[in-house]
Design a protein around this ligand. Structure first.
Ligand SMILES: NC(=O)c1ccc[n+]([C@@H]2O[C@H](COP(=O)([O-])OP(=O)(O)OC[C@H]3O[C@@H](n4cnc5c(N)ncnc54)[C@H](O)[C@@H]3O)[C@@H](O)[C@H]2O)c1
Length: 256
């Protein structure tokens, strides 16, 4: 697979969570197209294998490992396999996540709150905890965590998701400070609505169609647009970007 214009990631190794779906899958493909060796991980073995096949069909390099980001052993095992196969780690895209059931806070089931926070926030902590020693060994690297615009503003009925995504931004900032002087950059992305399976589940009742019509850009985001931002945050072109949470929202928050 050759992209004649840009091959920014030859001899680089990237670890991606949630690679079996929308944003994660597209980002895995984009990295592979620019020469990276991709470690695709997801809790769904089937979806993850599909991503791996898409990469292989294009001639890309991929290792597919089933990982539940709430299970630190499975993260460590996948990182061990990364080192065994590729010898190092350069980048991580901690992207796995789930939506919450939209409901007012007093109706949120305690176990459901814990489940969402465990996947969307603790999962990012656990991934970084075990990725960072490998990046320190490497002497450089870049981590991108997936937050959301729900990490910078509230939304009605979004208690657990909003709490988790605000937490991802806090984790990103603190990790960025801890490792900036060691050549490791940590940033987050904050997409608004991007057309993926998650949004199809969210918008079953069509309630988001009115939002789409009111967006400055007049449409939801595309996975390719999010992938492009992640690759840029891992590239040398963004070397001065540290601890930021990049809002990718087609102008949605600009008017507030
Ligand atoms: N789509 C959007 O509009 C949007 C907006 C802002 C932020 N996000 C965030 O982007 C990320 C990706 O979302 P998406 O829209 O591509 O969703 P998606 O549902 O299409 O993909 C998410 C992937 O994460 C995997 N996953 C779920 N739980 C996991 C776990 N415990 N361990 C490992 N993998 C797990 C799923 O199997 C799935 O393949 C999420 O963190 C989401 O919160 C999405």
């Amino acid at each position: 697979m050759k992209n004649s214009q840009k091959m920014r990631f030859e001899n680089k190794v990237v670890f991606i969570t949630g690679a079996g779906g929308g944003i994660g899958r597209e980002t895995a493909l984009a990295f592979a197209r620019e020469g990276a060796s991709v470690v695709a991980t997801d809790i769904s073995e089937k979806a993850n294998q599909e991503t791996a096949k898409l990469i292989e069909d294009e001639g890309g390099k991929v290792l597919a490992v089933t990982v539940d980001v709430t299970d630190s052993k499975s993260i460590q095992e996948a990182l061990n396999q990364t080192i065994a196969k590729y010898g190092k780690l350069d980048f991580a895209f901690n992207n796995a996540g789930v939506e919450n059931k939209v409901e007012p806070l007093h109706e949120v089931d305690e176990e459901e709150f814990k489940r969402v926070v465990n996947i969307d926030l603790t999962g990012v902590f656990l991934c970084m905890k075990y990725q960072l020693p490998l990046l320190l060994k490497n002497g450089s690297g870049s981590i991108v965590n997936t937050a959301s615009i729900a990490g910078v503003t509230g939304f009605t009925g979004g208690a657990s998701y909003g709490a988790a995504k605000h937490g991802v931004i806090g984790l990103t900032k603190t990790a960025a400070l801890d490792y900036a002087a060691k050549g490791i950059r940590v940033n987050a992305i904050c997409p608004s609505v991007v057309e993926t399976e998650m949004i199809k589940r969210y918008n079953k009742d069509g309630s988001m169609d009115a939002l789409k019509a009111n967006l400055p850009i007049g449409r939801f985001g595309r996975v390719e647009e999010i992938a492009a931002a992640v690759l840029w945050l891992c590239s040398d072109e963004s070397e001065f970007i540290v601890g930021q949470s990049l809002i990718l929202d087609g102008g949605q928050l600009a008017g507030f």
